[in-house]
Design a protein around this ligand. Structure first.
Ligand code: AMP
Length: 211
């Protein structure tokens, strides 16, 4: 079972993708997570991430190709954050064809800009991968992760001006993917305005029951 998850910043892609991966025992492939790891030792990637700009296509495509060649994705995967533009989608089609991999569905989570900004501005994350929100989902103890006790921090690209830039990158570069994938009949529209658990149930229902 192989899926792609798409949506604007703040749609809840990462949170949902982690839960789906666990529920359906598939691998969560997040290019954002890979770059957040890479930026620790790579200054130019760090700059691109902090300004909300995209990493060059060749770097992302090579990274994804290597991951899709690995055996551990054979039981299924969920691609989160990739493809991000039409060029990447075309490259992905080529990789899938050469690896003989089929995509079963593309989950498109939609939330309006104002709601996304509200969610992102209050977002706090832990290195263990759990996300919180200062108002909507606070940790039990302020600044501390409920799961591992780690110190919570704001992502460097979660500042209001950077969020605007990330949104404009989404509108210009990523949104055209909806048109690109329309004919494939793989698109599954998810209402991202519902609660986190309702969105999860919507997605799970689509994955189990088909569209
Ligand atoms: P995300 O966690 O998916 O919002 O990604 C965080 C940041 O990583 C983005 O703002 C980009 O700088 C970079 N990134 C993640 N995925 C891609 C991609 N497919 N193409 C280019 N840059 C990406």
């Amino acid at each position: 079972m192989n899926y792609i998850i798409l949506g604007p910043p703040g749609a809840g892609k990462g949170t949902q993708a982690k839960k789906i991966a666990v529920r359906f025992s598939i691998v969560h492939l997040s290019t954002g997570d890979m770059f957040r790891e890479a930026k620790k030792s790579n200054e130019s990637i760090s700059k691109l991430l902090s300004s909300g700009q995209l990493v060059p296509d060749e770097i992302v495509v090579n990274m994804v190709r290597k991951r899709l060649e690995k055996n551990n994705i054979k039981k299924g995967f969920l691609l989160d954050g990739f493809p991000r533009n039409v060029k990447q989608a075309e490259e992905l089609d080529r990789i899938l064809m050469s690896e003989n991999i089929k995509i079963d569905g593309i989950l498109l989570i939609n939330v309006p800009f104002e709601e996304a900004v509200k969610r992102i501005v209050g977002r706090m994350v832990c290195v263990c991968g759990v996300s919180y929100h200062t108002l909507l989902l606070p940790p039990k103890e302020s600044g501390k992760c409920d799961r591992c006790g780690g110190a919570l921090f704001h992502r460097s690209d979660d500042k209001e001006d950077v969020i605007r830039d990330r949104f404009s990158v989404y509108e210009k570069q990523t949104k055209p993917l909806i048109e690109y994938y329309k004919e494939s009949r793989l698109l599954i529209y998810i209402d991202g305005l519902k609660s986190e658990s309702d969105v999860f149930e919507q997605i799970s229902g689509c994955i189990i029951g088909g569209r």
